[in-house]
Design a protein around this ligand. Structure first.
Ligand code: GMT
Length: 382
């Protein structure tokens, strides 16, 4: 139990995506340390355990008025934050993904005035690389990000990209706290369990930038040369196109769609290679979770992925859209047990050595304390 518990408000997406996972894991770890953590979202985030003591959830209700209701999430979030900040005496709002969460927190703080909680914004990726990069939104995103007391990013690449895309002042401090994984839960399959047999896996929110059709085309090339299975977990706007491509290529018997309601660790433990051919990725949490399960990764050489996957060591990186090169790497891994075993061990070791959950939470806790002007270090509250 912490000697001096913090009272935190966390805003994040509830959808199947890394930012909601990271927000949930930090919040639950802080609650286990004795802090009080309130979550704000449209519904409980997928991996948030509401039975965890110290966690509470406040749904962000849509405006109960028909005309402006559609795009009112930031306003509804602000209203919820204002009420809860007062009743729960929140010390700090930690918003994950700038749009719309930083807007909501900014509005709430304006209303609360001097009594407002501090504000930390964690950038996650497309909030900068897509929305922030849209000239129509750049000034707005820049304003909301700078309106808080601190900024973090999960990779050096995204921090640099935010400084550039949002044209942040040179003195802006974006602290890089790499994403992390619970290596107890995400671990290699039990040696006694049946070994995966040439199973290629992809997990994502099936957005266009994930290039899930590339996953299917890469798999088709591999499948043309050896028996193999493709496991797809997650859901999103591209799912129906992907299903159509699977049928068109005659792969339906070898492809399984698990959807979102799935134990991701179990899916990863039943696979041999993880594929992430994205167009952009600030970090690639799915790749890290695969590595923690001892699954080598074949991914695009973009964004923050090289900070996660070591090319030629824990998997392979290839140019975006180079289906041939990625298929070759997948085939090599499936056909060469020694190469696979070596990369599997290296992947697990890298996750254990560089991306553990508790040290990352220590760093977030230290940022919270710093923003609150608290001289006590995070170690005094462990
Ligand atoms: O844009 C997405 O793919 C979803 C987004 C999210 O909200 O989870 O993912 C971003 O944040 C993750 C957690 O930090 C990162 O692992 C993903 O790489 C990042 N996605 C992109 O940059 C495209």
């Amino acid at each position: 139990m912490s000697a001096d518990p913090l009272r935190l408000g966390v805003a994040c997406f509830s959808t199947f995506g890394g930012s909601g996972v990271i927000a949930s894991e930090i919040g639950m770890a802080m609650a286990r340390r004795g802090h009080h953590v309130v979550f704000f979202s449209d519904q409980p985030p997928a991996r948030l355990d509401l039975s965890c003591p110290g966690i509470s959830f406040h749904p962000v209700a849509a405006l109960n008025y028909p005309v402006p209701a559609q795009n009112s999430y930031a306003v509804s979030l602000a209203a919820e934050m204002i009420e809860v900040a007062q009743t729960e005496k929140l010390d700090l709002l930690h918003v994950h993904y700038a749009v719309p969460h930083a807007f909501g927190a900014y509005l709430a703080r304006q209303v609360l005035g001097a009594a407002a909680p501090k504000m930390l914004t964690t950038l996650h990726g497309t909030d900068v690389t897509r929305i922030g990069a849209d000239p129509k939104f750049t000034a707005l995103v820049r304003f909301a990000v700078l309106a808080g007391d601190g900024i973090t990013a999960p990779s050096r690449w995204l921090a640099d990209e935010a400084l550039r895309q949002l044209d942040l002042p040179r003195e802006s401090r974006i602290e890089v706290i790499p994403n992390f994984v619970d290596t107890g839960r995400f671990c290699p399959a039990d040696a006694k369990a049946p070994a995966a047999r040439r199973v290629v896996t992809h997990v994502s929110n099936f957005r266009l930038l994930k290039r899930v059709e590339d996953v299917v085309r890469i798999f088709a090339r591999v499948r043309g040369e050896m028996p193999a299975k493709l496991h797809l977990a997650g859901d999103g706007p591209e799912r129906s196109h992907v299903e159509a491509l699977v049928s068109l290529l005659g792969l339906a018997d070898d492809v399984t769609f698990f959807g979102e309601r799935v134990d991701v660790a179990k899916v990863l433990q039943g696979s041999d290679v993880f594929l992430l051919p994205s167009e952009t990725e600030s970090f690639g949490l799915g790749a890290l979770e695969a590595m923690a399960c001892g699954v080598p990764v074949v991914a695009s050489n973009v964004g923050g992925l090289p900070e996660v996957v070591r090319d030629g060591e824990t998997g392979f990186l290839a140019a975006v859209g180079d289906i041939g090169d990625m298929a070759k790497h997948v085939r090599d891994l499936l056909a060469d047990p020694d190469l696979h075993a070596r990369m599997s061990r290296a992947a697990r070791s890298r996750a254990e050595e560089h991306f553990q959950l508790e040290p990352a939470v220590d760093r977030y806790q230290a940022v919270y304390r710093r923003l609150l002007g608290d001289a006590r270090t995070s170690s005094s509250t462990r």
